[in-house]
Design a protein around this ligand. Structure first.
Ligand code: SF4
Length: 237
């Protein structure tokens, strides 16, 4: 019988159940198991180019991808590039994104970000971490997503799912998102690193969930060091 978890959060930072840290060989086995289950992973945000990806990622902080996709369906029609977005302005952007959390601050950031792209980067999204992080509303995680998805760089953006998963499974334990990011970059084989970002986010979102990981249907169960695996589905699942 699997042991009963000591916390409903199952190994989150709030209630850590320290898993033994994986070595590189085990980490590779873990990632290859996720890869076999989803060979061509992609972001679930809708975008058409680097600019719309950047805006979608800025909007996605503390919001679901589904809610962002609903908002950007009309926003990107009205403003598909930095010039149109800057012209739309904070109030105009706000009209499209009111259903997203923190929409007022995000509308202000997206308008300012579009202006800055025009004034400092010729209307292009820069392929450069420092320049990206200098844009309003863009932090390390957003820059990593844009560098990875738009520019093909092997970066690792650590969101809440990857932070939890890195600690829970022993794949990349760390007290901060940056520590988890650095552990993942250290352990992931370079050839897997770019896609690992997607595998881990999707795995955390749909299988290794925050409150109750669904270990009974996890493709990486044999390589995982979580100590309270849920190997029997609850009734009705
Ligand atoms: S076995 Fe469970 S805890 Fe480990 S990665 Fe899979 S779902 Fe997460």
């Amino acid at each position: 019988m699997p042991r009963k978890p000591t916390s409903p959060l199952h190994g989150t930072a709030a209630a850590p159940r320290r898993a033994r840290a994986m070595g590189a060989t085990q980490a590779e086995a873990f990632l290859r198991a996720l890869a076999a289950a989803n060979p061509a992973p992609e972001t679930e945000l809708h975008y058409t180019d680097a600019f719309t990806l950047l805006v979608a990622v800025v909007l996605s902080a503390q919001a679901t991808d589904a809610s962002v996709n609903k908002a950007t369906a009309t926003l990107f029609k009205a403003a598909p590039d930095p010039a149109a977005m800057a012209a739309l302005g904070k109030a105009g952007i706000g009209e499209h994104i009111r259903r997203i959390g923190l929409w007022q601050g995000k509308a202000r950031n997206v308008a300012a970000l579009a202006r800055q792209l025009i004034e400092q980067h010729g209307g292009q999204v820069p392929n450069d971490r420092a320049a990206l992080e200098a844009l309003p509303g863009v932090g390390r995680k957003t820059a990593n997503v844009v560098l990875n998805v738009a520019f093909g760089e092997a970066t690792m953006a650590v969101d809440t799912h990857i932070f939890r998963l890195g600690n829970r499974t022993g794949l990349a334990p760390g007290r901060t998102p940056l520590a988890v990011e650095q552990a993942l970059v250290r352990k992931c084989p370079p050839a897997l690193l770019r896609d690992a970002h997607h595998w881990l986010i999707l795995h955390g979102r749909y299988v290794c969930k925050a409150r109750a990981p669904e270990c009974w249907r996890c493709p990486a169960v044999a390589a995982c060091n979580y100590r309270d695996k849920v190997l029997t589905p609850p009734a009705g699942k």
